[in-house]
Design a protein around this ligand. Structure first.
Ligand code: FAD
Length: 376
Protein backbone atom coordinates (compact mmCIF):
# COMPACT_ATOMS: atom_id res chain seq x y z
CA UNK A 1 0.00 0.00 0.00
CA UNK A 2 1.34 3.45 -0.84
CA UNK A 3 2.21 6.10 1.69
CA UNK A 4 -0.65 8.58 1.19
CA UNK A 5 -0.96 12.19 2.21
CA UNK A 6 -4.45 13.70 2.27
CA UNK A 7 -4.73 17.49 1.97
CA UNK A 8 -7.76 18.74 3.91
CA UNK A 9 -9.49 17.22 6.92
CA UNK A 10 -13.11 17.92 5.96
CA UNK A 11 -15.69 15.19 5.38
CA UNK A 12 -14.07 14.08 2.10
CA UNK A 13 -10.51 14.08 3.44
CA UNK A 14 -11.35 12.19 6.62
CA UNK A 15 -13.53 9.68 4.75
CA UNK A 16 -10.62 9.07 2.36
CA UNK A 17 -8.23 8.63 5.27
CA UNK A 18 -10.57 6.13 6.96
CA UNK A 19 -10.92 4.17 3.71
CA UNK A 20 -7.18 4.10 3.13
CA UNK A 21 -6.47 3.06 6.72
CA UNK A 22 -9.09 0.33 6.38
CA UNK A 23 -7.26 -1.25 3.42
CA UNK A 24 -3.99 -1.13 5.36
CA UNK A 25 -2.64 2.08 3.82
CA UNK A 26 -0.25 4.42 5.60
CA UNK A 27 -2.13 7.68 5.61
CA UNK A 28 -1.65 11.17 7.05
CA UNK A 29 -3.91 14.22 6.81
CA UNK A 30 -2.80 17.86 6.72
CA UNK A 31 -5.50 20.33 7.75
CA UNK A 32 -5.15 24.10 7.73
CA UNK A 33 -7.47 24.75 10.69
CA UNK A 34 -5.80 25.04 14.06
CA UNK A 35 -8.43 22.83 15.68
CA UNK A 36 -10.68 20.11 14.34
CA UNK A 37 -14.32 19.88 15.05
CA UNK A 38 -17.49 21.77 15.67
CA UNK A 39 -17.95 23.63 12.37
CA UNK A 40 -20.91 23.38 10.02
CA UNK A 41 -24.61 22.85 10.34
CA UNK A 42 -26.87 20.00 9.22
CA UNK A 43 -26.17 17.54 6.43
CA UNK A 44 -28.57 15.17 4.74
CA UNK A 45 -27.01 11.80 4.00
CA UNK A 46 -28.79 9.85 1.30
CA UNK A 47 -28.81 6.04 1.11
CA UNK A 48 -25.88 6.03 -1.33
CA UNK A 49 -23.68 7.79 1.23
CA UNK A 50 -24.91 5.58 4.08
CA UNK A 51 -23.91 2.47 2.12
CA UNK A 52 -20.50 4.03 1.53
CA UNK A 53 -20.17 4.83 5.24
CA UNK A 54 -21.01 1.18 5.98
CA UNK A 55 -18.03 0.17 3.82
CA UNK A 56 -15.88 2.58 5.83
CA UNK A 57 -17.05 0.79 8.98
CA UNK A 58 -18.79 3.81 10.49
CA UNK A 59 -22.35 3.49 9.17
CA UNK A 60 -23.87 2.38 12.46
CA UNK A 61 -22.10 5.09 14.46
CA UNK A 62 -23.27 7.75 12.01
CA UNK A 63 -26.85 6.42 12.11
CA UNK A 64 -26.73 6.57 15.91
CA UNK A 65 -25.76 10.25 15.69
CA UNK A 66 -28.53 11.14 13.24
CA UNK A 67 -32.23 11.06 12.74
CA UNK A 68 -34.31 9.84 9.83
CA UNK A 69 -36.13 12.50 7.80
CA UNK A 70 -37.49 13.13 4.34
CA UNK A 71 -35.56 15.70 2.41
CA UNK A 72 -37.21 17.08 -0.73
CA UNK A 73 -40.52 15.59 0.40
CA UNK A 74 -42.64 18.42 1.75
CA UNK A 75 -42.92 21.61 -0.27
CA UNK A 76 -44.70 24.76 0.88
CA UNK A 77 -45.36 28.34 -0.13
CA UNK A 78 -44.44 31.23 2.20
CA UNK A 79 -48.11 31.53 3.25
CA UNK A 80 -47.85 27.98 4.62
CA UNK A 81 -49.91 26.40 1.82
CA UNK A 82 -48.66 22.90 1.12
CA UNK A 83 -47.73 22.10 -2.46
CA UNK A 84 -46.79 18.60 -1.50
CA UNK A 85 -46.76 16.72 1.80
CA UNK A 86 -44.12 14.11 2.35
CA UNK A 87 -45.35 10.68 1.32
CA UNK A 88 -44.69 7.30 3.01
CA UNK A 89 -42.91 6.14 -0.16
CA UNK A 90 -40.51 9.11 -0.17
CA UNK A 91 -36.87 8.24 0.28
CA UNK A 92 -35.58 8.80 3.80
CA UNK A 93 -32.33 10.62 4.45
CA UNK A 94 -30.31 10.58 7.61
CA UNK A 95 -30.01 14.07 9.09
CA UNK A 96 -26.80 14.62 11.03
CA UNK A 97 -24.93 17.57 12.39
CA UNK A 98 -21.80 17.89 10.25
CA UNK A 99 -19.73 18.08 13.44
CA UNK A 100 -21.04 14.66 14.56
CA UNK A 101 -20.24 13.07 11.19
CA UNK A 102 -16.79 14.67 11.28
CA UNK A 103 -16.11 13.40 14.82
CA UNK A 104 -17.25 9.88 13.91
CA UNK A 105 -14.83 9.76 10.98
CA UNK A 106 -12.03 11.16 13.12
CA UNK A 107 -12.68 8.55 15.82
CA UNK A 108 -12.36 5.81 13.18
CA UNK A 109 -8.81 6.87 12.35
CA UNK A 110 -5.79 5.60 14.23
CA UNK A 111 -4.57 8.32 16.62
CA UNK A 112 -2.12 10.95 15.43
CA UNK A 113 -2.94 10.77 11.73
CA UNK A 114 -4.27 14.33 11.40
CA UNK A 115 -1.95 17.29 11.67
CA UNK A 116 -3.73 20.62 12.18
CA UNK A 117 -2.23 24.08 11.59
CA UNK A 118 -0.79 22.79 8.29
CA UNK A 119 -1.73 24.82 5.22
CA UNK A 120 -0.53 23.13 2.06
CA UNK A 121 0.99 25.69 -0.29
CA UNK A 122 2.48 23.53 -3.03
CA UNK A 123 3.01 20.04 -4.41
CA UNK A 124 5.91 18.94 -6.57
CA UNK A 125 6.13 15.58 -8.28
CA UNK A 126 9.49 13.80 -7.93
CA UNK A 127 10.86 10.61 -9.49
CA UNK A 128 9.14 8.32 -7.00
CA UNK A 129 6.50 10.43 -5.29
CA UNK A 130 5.37 13.93 -4.39
CA UNK A 131 6.95 16.59 -2.19
CA UNK A 132 4.31 18.58 -0.30
CA UNK A 133 5.10 22.01 1.14
CA UNK A 134 2.99 23.32 4.00
CA UNK A 135 2.94 26.30 6.31
CA UNK A 136 2.63 26.03 10.07
CA UNK A 137 2.76 28.51 12.93
CA UNK A 138 6.43 27.56 13.29
CA UNK A 139 7.42 28.02 9.67
CA UNK A 140 7.42 26.20 6.35
CA UNK A 141 7.79 22.40 6.25
CA UNK A 142 8.15 19.76 3.57
CA UNK A 143 7.12 16.14 3.52
CA UNK A 144 7.17 13.29 0.98
CA UNK A 145 4.38 10.94 -0.03
CA UNK A 146 3.84 8.36 -2.76
CA UNK A 147 0.34 9.65 -3.43
CA UNK A 148 -1.43 12.92 -2.61
CA UNK A 149 -5.22 13.08 -2.25
CA UNK A 150 -6.35 16.70 -2.58
CA UNK A 151 -9.54 17.03 -0.55
CA UNK A 152 -9.07 20.72 0.15
CA UNK A 153 -12.49 21.91 -0.92
CA UNK A 154 -13.94 24.08 -3.66
CA UNK A 155 -11.09 26.62 -3.45
CA UNK A 156 -8.45 23.85 -3.53
CA UNK A 157 -4.89 25.22 -3.56
CA UNK A 158 -3.66 21.95 -5.07
CA UNK A 159 -6.14 22.18 -7.94
CA UNK A 160 -5.20 25.81 -8.52
CA UNK A 161 -1.57 24.79 -8.88
CA UNK A 162 -1.89 21.65 -10.99
CA UNK A 163 -5.05 22.44 -12.95
CA UNK A 164 -4.37 26.05 -13.92
CA UNK A 165 -6.71 27.94 -16.20
CA UNK A 166 -10.41 27.26 -16.26
CA UNK A 167 -10.86 25.74 -12.84
CA UNK A 168 -11.74 28.85 -10.85
CA UNK A 169 -14.92 28.29 -8.81
CA UNK A 170 -17.98 29.94 -10.30
CA UNK A 171 -20.42 32.00 -8.22
CA UNK A 172 -23.82 30.51 -9.01
CA UNK A 173 -25.78 33.67 -8.25
CA UNK A 174 -27.01 32.64 -4.83
CA UNK A 175 -26.03 32.99 -1.20
CA UNK A 176 -26.79 30.46 1.54
CA UNK A 177 -27.42 30.96 5.26
CA UNK A 178 -27.44 27.91 7.54
CA UNK A 179 -27.78 27.23 11.25
CA UNK A 180 -28.89 24.78 13.90
CA UNK A 181 -31.29 25.96 16.59
CA UNK A 182 -30.21 26.06 20.22
CA UNK A 183 -33.49 25.07 21.66
CA UNK A 184 -35.79 22.13 21.29
CA UNK A 185 -38.79 22.88 19.09
CA UNK A 186 -42.11 21.17 18.59
CA UNK A 187 -41.58 18.58 15.91
CA UNK A 188 -42.43 20.27 12.63
CA UNK A 189 -42.86 18.38 9.40
CA UNK A 190 -39.73 18.87 7.35
CA UNK A 191 -40.28 21.00 4.29
CA UNK A 192 -38.77 23.37 1.80
CA UNK A 193 -40.71 26.62 1.51
CA UNK A 194 -40.30 28.20 -1.87
CA UNK A 195 -40.67 31.41 -3.72
CA UNK A 196 -38.87 32.13 -6.96
CA UNK A 197 -35.91 33.95 -5.45
CA UNK A 198 -35.57 32.20 -2.10
CA UNK A 199 -36.00 28.78 -0.51
CA UNK A 200 -36.09 28.04 3.19
CA UNK A 201 -35.51 24.46 4.32
CA UNK A 202 -36.31 22.96 7.69
CA UNK A 203 -35.05 19.55 8.81
CA UNK A 204 -34.92 17.83 12.20
CA UNK A 205 -31.73 16.88 14.02
CA UNK A 206 -31.42 14.56 17.03
CA UNK A 207 -32.33 16.03 20.44
CA UNK A 208 -35.18 18.08 18.98
CA UNK A 209 -32.92 20.68 17.42
CA UNK A 210 -33.73 21.92 13.93
CA UNK A 211 -31.38 22.53 11.02
CA UNK A 212 -32.46 25.29 8.67
CA UNK A 213 -31.09 26.83 5.51
CA UNK A 214 -32.01 29.75 3.31
CA UNK A 215 -30.78 30.06 -0.26
CA UNK A 216 -31.45 33.35 -2.01
CA UNK A 217 -30.56 35.05 -5.26
CA UNK A 218 -27.64 37.43 -4.93
CA UNK A 219 -26.38 39.83 -7.57
CA UNK A 220 -22.78 39.56 -6.49
CA UNK A 221 -20.67 37.40 -4.19
CA UNK A 222 -19.10 38.61 -0.97
CA UNK A 223 -21.98 40.69 0.40
CA UNK A 224 -22.08 40.21 4.19
CA UNK A 225 -24.25 41.67 6.95
CA UNK A 226 -23.27 42.70 10.47
CA UNK A 227 -26.06 40.51 11.80
CA UNK A 228 -26.69 37.53 9.51
CA UNK A 229 -29.66 36.31 11.56
CA UNK A 230 -31.34 39.73 11.31
CA UNK A 231 -30.91 39.56 7.54
CA UNK A 232 -32.55 36.11 7.42
CA UNK A 233 -35.36 37.42 9.62
CA UNK A 234 -35.83 40.39 7.30
CA UNK A 235 -36.17 38.03 4.37
CA UNK A 236 -38.34 35.22 5.75
CA UNK A 237 -39.25 36.12 9.34
CA UNK A 238 -42.84 36.81 8.21
CA UNK A 239 -43.22 33.42 6.49
CA UNK A 240 -45.40 30.65 7.89
CA UNK A 241 -45.05 28.96 11.27
CA UNK A 242 -42.68 27.49 12.46
CA UNK A 243 -40.15 29.62 10.55
CA UNK A 244 -40.36 32.65 12.93
CA UNK A 245 -40.08 30.30 15.95
CA UNK A 246 -37.12 28.49 14.42
CA UNK A 247 -35.31 31.78 13.87
CA UNK A 248 -36.15 32.90 17.41
CA UNK A 249 -34.51 29.70 18.71
CA UNK A 250 -31.29 30.40 16.78
CA UNK A 251 -28.31 32.16 18.34
CA UNK A 252 -27.09 35.06 16.15
CA UNK A 253 -23.53 33.72 16.21
CA UNK A 254 -24.67 30.32 14.95
CA UNK A 255 -25.54 31.49 11.44
CA UNK A 256 -23.15 30.56 8.64
CA UNK A 257 -23.30 32.60 5.46
CA UNK A 258 -21.60 31.41 2.25
CA UNK A 259 -21.92 32.22 -1.40
CA UNK A 260 -22.76 29.16 -3.45
CA UNK A 261 -19.85 28.32 -5.70
CA UNK A 262 -19.56 25.45 -8.15
CA UNK A 263 -16.90 24.08 -10.44
CA UNK A 264 -17.15 23.68 -14.17
CA UNK A 265 -16.55 20.02 -15.10
CA UNK A 266 -12.87 19.08 -15.08
CA UNK A 267 -11.48 16.86 -17.84
CA UNK A 268 -9.54 14.79 -15.36
CA UNK A 269 -9.27 14.34 -11.59
CA UNK A 270 -5.72 12.98 -11.80
CA UNK A 271 -2.34 14.63 -12.43
CA UNK A 272 0.47 12.12 -11.99
CA UNK A 273 0.38 11.06 -8.36
CA UNK A 274 -2.07 13.72 -7.25
CA UNK A 275 -5.79 13.02 -7.25
CA UNK A 276 -8.73 15.31 -6.48
CA UNK A 277 -11.59 14.22 -4.22
CA UNK A 278 -14.84 15.80 -2.99
CA UNK A 279 -15.56 19.48 -3.61
CA UNK A 280 -11.99 19.97 -4.87
CA UNK A 281 -12.97 17.79 -7.85
CA UNK A 282 -16.66 18.48 -8.38
CA UNK A 283 -18.14 21.17 -6.14
CA UNK A 284 -21.82 21.33 -7.01
CA UNK A 285 -24.81 23.42 -6.07
CA UNK A 286 -26.59 22.11 -2.95
CA UNK A 287 -29.90 21.52 -4.74
CA UNK A 288 -29.73 17.72 -4.54
CA UNK A 289 -28.03 17.67 -1.12
CA UNK A 290 -25.36 15.35 -2.50
CA UNK A 291 -22.02 17.22 -2.22
CA UNK A 292 -20.75 15.50 0.92
CA UNK A 293 -22.41 12.23 -0.13
CA UNK A 294 -20.36 12.28 -3.33
CA UNK A 295 -17.16 13.00 -1.39
CA UNK A 296 -17.86 9.92 0.76
CA UNK A 297 -18.52 7.81 -2.33
CA UNK A 298 -15.21 9.07 -3.81
CA UNK A 299 -13.40 7.96 -0.66
CA UNK A 300 -14.63 4.36 -0.86
CA UNK A 301 -13.99 4.04 -4.59
CA UNK A 302 -10.45 5.41 -4.21
CA UNK A 303 -9.62 3.00 -1.39
CA UNK A 304 -11.12 0.10 -3.30
CA UNK A 305 -9.17 0.97 -6.46
CA UNK A 306 -5.89 1.18 -4.53
CA UNK A 307 -6.62 -2.16 -2.89
CA UNK A 308 -7.45 -3.82 -6.21
CA UNK A 309 -4.79 -2.49 -8.57
CA UNK A 310 -1.12 -3.33 -8.56
CA UNK A 311 0.17 0.16 -9.25
CA UNK A 312 -0.91 3.66 -8.33
CA UNK A 313 -1.42 4.84 -11.91
CA UNK A 314 -3.83 1.99 -12.66
CA UNK A 315 -5.71 2.63 -9.41
CA UNK A 316 -6.08 6.33 -10.18
CA UNK A 317 -7.23 5.55 -13.70
CA UNK A 318 -9.87 3.25 -12.26
CA UNK A 319 -10.95 5.84 -9.70
CA UNK A 320 -11.37 8.45 -12.40
CA UNK A 321 -13.24 6.07 -14.69
CA UNK A 322 -15.73 5.30 -11.95
CA UNK A 323 -16.08 8.73 -10.38
CA UNK A 324 -15.83 11.34 -13.10
CA UNK A 325 -19.02 10.47 -15.02
CA UNK A 326 -21.15 10.00 -11.91
CA UNK A 327 -20.02 13.08 -10.03
CA UNK A 328 -20.31 15.31 -13.08
CA UNK A 329 -23.74 13.98 -13.96
CA UNK A 330 -24.77 14.68 -10.35
CA UNK A 331 -23.39 18.22 -10.51
CA UNK A 332 -25.23 18.85 -13.76
CA UNK A 333 -28.48 17.48 -12.30
CA UNK A 334 -28.08 19.74 -9.25
CA UNK A 335 -27.56 22.73 -11.52
CA UNK A 336 -30.63 21.79 -13.60
CA UNK A 337 -32.66 21.48 -10.40
CA UNK A 338 -31.57 24.99 -9.41
CA UNK A 339 -32.54 26.36 -12.82
CA UNK A 340 -35.86 24.56 -12.75
CA UNK A 341 -36.74 25.98 -9.35
CA UNK A 342 -35.85 29.43 -10.53
CA UNK A 343 -36.57 29.95 -14.20
CA UNK A 344 -39.55 27.62 -14.37
CA UNK A 345 -40.86 28.24 -10.91
CA UNK A 346 -44.53 28.09 -11.81
CA UNK A 347 -44.17 24.89 -13.85
CA UNK A 348 -42.08 23.34 -11.10
CA UNK A 349 -44.60 24.08 -8.37
CA UNK A 350 -47.43 22.78 -10.54
CA UNK A 351 -45.46 19.61 -11.20
CA UNK A 352 -44.82 19.26 -7.47
CA UNK A 353 -48.58 19.22 -6.88
CA UNK A 354 -49.33 16.78 -9.69
CA UNK A 355 -46.41 14.36 -9.84
CA UNK A 356 -47.42 10.94 -8.49
CA UNK A 357 -45.26 9.79 -5.52
CA UNK A 358 -43.89 6.86 -7.55
CA UNK A 359 -42.51 9.22 -10.19
CA UNK A 360 -41.17 11.59 -7.55
CA UNK A 361 -39.37 8.65 -5.97
CA UNK A 362 -38.05 7.40 -9.29
CA UNK A 363 -36.48 10.80 -10.03
CA UNK A 364 -34.53 10.72 -6.77
CA UNK A 365 -33.69 7.01 -7.04
CA UNK A 366 -31.72 7.75 -10.20
CA UNK A 367 -29.13 9.45 -7.97
CA UNK A 368 -29.23 7.54 -4.73
CA UNK A 369 -29.42 3.99 -6.09
CA UNK A 370 -25.69 3.39 -5.91
CA UNK A 371 -23.77 0.57 -4.28
CA UNK A 372 -20.16 1.02 -3.21
CA UNK A 373 -17.43 -1.49 -3.99
CA UNK A 374 -16.59 -3.78 -1.07
CA UNK A 375 -13.52 -2.74 0.90
CA UNK A 376 -13.16 -6.03 2.72
P1 FAD B 1 -14.66 20.83 2.58
O1 FAD B 1 -15.76 20.51 3.52
O2 FAD B 1 -14.59 22.21 2.02
O3 FAD B 1 -13.30 20.50 3.35
C1 FAD B 1 -12.05 20.94 2.87
C2 FAD B 1 -11.08 20.91 4.04
O4 FAD B 1 -9.78 21.23 3.55
C3 FAD B 1 -11.40 21.94 5.12
O5 FAD B 1 -11.27 21.34 6.38
C4 FAD B 1 -10.36 23.02 4.91
O6 FAD B 1 -10.03 23.72 6.09
C5 FAD B 1 -9.18 22.21 4.40
N1 FAD B 1 -8.24 22.96 3.54
C6 FAD B 1 -8.54 23.84 2.56
N2 FAD B 1 -7.42 24.29 1.99
C7 FAD B 1 -6.38 23.69 2.62
C8 FAD B 1 -4.96 23.74 2.47
N3 FAD B 1 -4.40 24.50 1.52
N4 FAD B 1 -4.19 22.99 3.29
C9 FAD B 1 -4.77 22.17 4.24
N5 FAD B 1 -6.11 22.10 4.44
C10 FAD B 1 -6.91 22.83 3.62
N6 FAD B 1 -23.89 17.91 1.00
C11 FAD B 1 -24.60 16.81 1.36
O7 FAD B 1 -24.16 15.69 1.10
N7 FAD B 1 -25.81 16.94 1.98
C12 FAD B 1 -26.35 18.15 2.28
O8 FAD B 1 -27.44 18.21 2.85
C13 FAD B 1 -25.64 19.32 1.90
N8 FAD B 1 -26.15 20.54 2.15
C14 FAD B 1 -25.48 21.64 1.76
C15 FAD B 1 -26.05 22.89 1.96
C16 FAD B 1 -25.40 24.04 1.55
C17 FAD B 1 -26.07 25.38 1.72
C18 FAD B 1 -24.10 23.93 0.96
C19 FAD B 1 -23.35 25.17 0.53
C20 FAD B 1 -23.51 22.69 0.77
C21 FAD B 1 -24.19 21.53 1.16
N9 FAD B 1 -23.66 20.26 0.95
C22 FAD B 1 -24.37 19.15 1.27
C23 FAD B 1 -22.33 20.11 0.31
C24 FAD B 1 -21.25 19.73 1.32
O9 FAD B 1 -21.24 20.66 2.37
C25 FAD B 1 -19.88 19.70 0.62
O10 FAD B 1 -19.99 19.06 -0.62
C26 FAD B 1 -18.89 18.92 1.46
O11 FAD B 1 -18.78 19.47 2.74
C27 FAD B 1 -17.52 18.91 0.77
O12 FAD B 1 -16.60 18.24 1.59
P2 FAD B 1 -15.05 18.30 1.24
O13 FAD B 1 -14.37 17.54 2.33
O14 FAD B 1 -14.81 17.91 -0.17
O15 FAD B 1 -14.65 19.85 1.32
Amino acid sequence: MPDVLVVGGGIGGLAAAVGLARIGGRVRVLEQATALGGVGAGLSLWPNALRALDELGVGDAVRAAGVSAVSRGGLRRPSGRWLRHRHPDDIAVLMVHRADLHRTLLDALPAGRVRTDATVTGVQETADGVTVTYRTRDGVRRTEAELVVAADGVHSAVRRQLWPGKTTPRFDGRSAWRAVTDGVLDPAEEAITMEREQQFGLLPLPDGRVYWFLTADAEQPGVRHDDALAEVRRRVGHWHDPIPRVLAATAPGAVLHHDITTLDPLETYVRGRVVLLGDAAHAQSPDLGQGACQAIEDAVVLASALAAERDIAAALERYERERLPRTQAMALAAQRQAELSHRHFRAMTTAACLLPPALWRRQIMRWVDWTPPALR
